[in-house]
Design a binder for this molecule. Structure first.
Ligand SMILES: [Zn+2]
Length: 395
């Protein structure tokens, strides 16, 4: 798809807010194009899901927009050694805190006490929205800054706290020892603080206690984006957009695939573990080379075919009976497997393929319809052959 780079180029170059309504309109156009203005048989979000979640990896433009803003966030984090020309301008805007602390301020309200610069606020909004897509609360993170944080009142964020900053107590994480909140004695020894700082310690401890209700004294959890940006030694910003996009897409909680899984399980009388199920769907997309074959397996998994039984439900004048045997209701499993007319076909197929690969394979719908080749003890090439044969005969 050569449209995507044109969008991501603009998203990265223009740090402006692109409203959700724009992406809604874009999704409508894409859906109408894919389904040729007919009713969609699969939700767009299912097509946009990654292979590992049973999708087709179709680009999600809004998530690409959010991921594109991480280019600026990464530059903020490494601002001190960055030669990017806008860095000093944005640093001036957020003084007295450092640009690298901006993502960890927690809320937009807190950031807007420092600046009303729409470019900075917009980048922060993308950081916030990508977290809320994954339902992650970022109001208080382990890298949340101490001194200069507008969330702290002036009588707490005073010259003593400034002194802590000079002694390298910069963020919330600096107050934890082995992921547990530090006591004053340990803090004093670690950073060579005077006894008079005890009251400041109590003030900060109360603030953190209030912010981490329920989990104190454990250290706040890291978000996957935070881990990705802060723990990897980034030498350049290359690869940031696609890696963030992958995190968003793979962790999105709202791919509703469980109903599909349940339907297939009811049909086949077999219960899959969630990992096994997603592995099956991913395998069909990564092992098969032909786009047609991959599309066909996708259609089978997503049950997109209009069977006589389904057509009858839409239009009562349409006969629900199978077109081959004309006796039994033609639901999906009957049309693909159970119909007595095609039983002989599957028996012959199983026989021929068993002979070709030199191992007796079972006449099992899990294998021949869903391509569940994992239980067969043969090498990769033979597994591929079975999967390929399976999609060929299905077509
Ligand atoms: Zn039939």
């Amino acid at each position: 798809m050569n449209i995507l780079p044109k969008f991501t180029y603009l998203f990265q170059c223009l740090p402006i807010n692109v409203p959700k309504s724009f992406f809604k309109e874009l999704n409508k156009l894409i859906t109408s194009f894919i389904w040729q203005k007919k009713n969609p048989r699969v939700k767009l979000s299912s097509l946009q899901a990654p292979y590992s979640r049973g999708g087709l990896n179709l680009p999600n433009f809004r998530n690409y927009y959010l991921a594109s803003q991480y280019r600026s966030i990464l530059i903020w984090l490494y601002a001190e050694r960055s030669e990017v020309r806008w860095v000093p301008i944005e640093q001036y805007e957020v003084n007295p805190i450092s640009l690298k602390d901006v993502p960890f301020l927690g809320t937009k309200k807190c950031l807007s006490k420092l600046t009303n610069n729409s470019i900075i606020l917009n980048t922060f909004r993308a950081w916030q929205e990508s977290h809320s897509l994954l339902k992650i609360n970022i109001s208080f993170l382990r890298r949340t800054p101490l001194w200069g944080n507008p969330d702290l009142s002036h009588h707490i964020s005073d010259s003593i706290l400034r002194g802590w900053k000079d002694r390298n107590i910069r963020t919330v994480a600096d107050l934890y020892n082995n992921d547990t909140f530090i006591d004053f004695q340990q803090l004093k020894e670690k950073f060579k603080l005077p006894d008079q700082n005890f009251f400041k310690f109590l003030q900060i401890r109360d603030w953190i206690k209030e912010k981490t209700k329920g989990t104190f004294p454990e250290i706040p959890k890291e978000s996957p984006f935070e881990t990705h940006l802060c723990t990897k030694p980034w030498k350049s910003i290359k690869g940031i957009v696609s890696s963030i996009y992958t995190i968003i897409n793979e962790k999105l909680p709202d791919y509703n695939k469980t109903s599909l899984k349940r339907k297939w399980e009811a049909d086949l009388g077999y219960v899959y573990e969630e990992v096994e199920w997603y592995h099956l769907m991913e395998q069909a997309q990564t092992m098969l080379i032909s786009t047609n074959h991959r599309q066909m397996q996708f259609n089978i998994f997503h049950r997109t075919y209009y069977t006589p039984y389904r057509l009858h439900k839409i239009d009562i004048n349409y006969s629900p009976k199978c077109l081959r045997c004309k006796v039994i209701d033609g639901d999906l499993l009957h049309m693909l497997w159970n119909c007595p007319v095609i039983e002989e076909f599957w028996r012959r197929t199983t026989e021929i393929i068993s002979r070709v690969i030199g191992i007796q394979v079972e006449m099992d719908p899990k294998l021949w319809i869903l391509g569940d080749i994992d239980s067969i003890n043969v090498d990769y090439h033979k597994k591929y052959f079975i999967l390929l044969a399976n999609t060929r005969v299905c077509s």
